[in-house]
Ligand binder design. Structure first.
Ligand code: ADP
Length: 267
């Protein structure tokens, strides 16, 4: 019989450059089955870290990109009609809880509040999931763990997690790694030499100083990797930075000028 979790196993080690004690902390949370909240700006490595940890712990990973149209049924499951009548289909959260996977809800704050509340009974000592439509009270598998990501920069009063949700999680803050480590990551992921990676990281650091002064977010590690890949592919560094960093992060002409100036300093 096919292993239902086969498609969710992380077979090869996803590259992760440790920057602190994040592996130890996550492992301890896993051992204690404490749900984990990864906090930090987009593109700083949260998703990659969960992939790495799922591989390290030998657990399958079910990832859900949350969005504002997502309903509780999208997470939990629903009845479907097929030739034999109706058939229950587990949603990703139910599937992970039933079979013992790590369930990663990316950008959970995007989801409607009724959706986030649906995870509550799974994130306290009960570790159950009521499937009301199906009339089942699912007891989570011992190896089930819920992990969510959260970008504090985007939050507003209208869009934030309830305290009752936040307080169910152990939280880990993710920030940009130090310049040498970030350059190592960019060089590894983009396949560029150390000098090019270092220059890209300097541009990234400049852009992050503009956060709150015209930019909502600084250039992320992900964007630096994109620029590096374009350079690796033969695009001139300035054009690569223009496409991957400057034009994607802002439409404001003054901000673009400021970023272009940073690019010209380094390339
Ligand atoms: P997030 O989920 O925070 O939006 P990602 O996990 O997608 O961000 O990170 C973007 C990219 O940055 C990853 O694909 C990976 O290449 C790289 N990255 C960031 N931090 C690290 C790290 N510490 N080790 C390895 N790769 C990293």
């Amino acid at each position: 019989m096919k292993d239902v979790l086969e498609d969710f196993r992380v077979s090869e080690a996803p590259y992760w450059r440790e920057t602190g004690d994040e592996i130890t902390l996550f492992t301890a949370a896993w051992d204690a089955r404490i749900p984990v909240m990864l906090k930090g700006p987009t593109g700083c490595g949260k998703t990659r870290f969960v992939e790495h940890m799922a591989w390290k712990l030998g657990r399958p990973l079910v990832t859900v990109a949350c969005n504002e149209d997502m309903t509780a049924s999208d997470l939990i499951g629903r009845y479907l009609l097929d030739v034999d009548g109706t058939r229950w289909q587990d949603g990703p959260l139910t599937f992970a809880a039933r079979h013992g996977a790590i369930c990663y809800l990316d950008e959970v704050v995007e989801a409607r509040q009724d959706t986030t509340v649906a995870i509550h009974p799974l994130t306290d000592d009960r570790r159950v999931l009521p499937l009301e439509k199906k009339g089942e009270l699912l007891k989570a598998h011992d190896d089930f763990l819920i992990v969510i990501s959260y970008n504090p920069g985007y939050q507003s009063l209208m869009k934030d997690l309830k305290q009752s949700t936040k307080q169910r999680f152990g939280a880990m803050d993710f920030t940009w790694p130090g310049p040498d480590v970030e350059a190592e990551i960019v060089a590894h992921e983009a396949g560029v030499d150390a000098d090019t990676a270092q220059r890209l990281v300097e541009i990234g650091a400049r852009s992050r100083n503009l956060k709150g002064h015209g930019l909502d977010e600084g250039v992320s590690t992900r964007m630096l990797i994109h620029a590096g890949r374009l350079i690796k592919g033969g695009i001139a560094p300035k054009a690569a930075c223009s496409m991957a960093l400057v034009h994607s992060i802002t439409d404001d002409p003054d901000m673009r000028d400021a970023l272009d100036a940073a690019v010209s300093t380094w390339f």
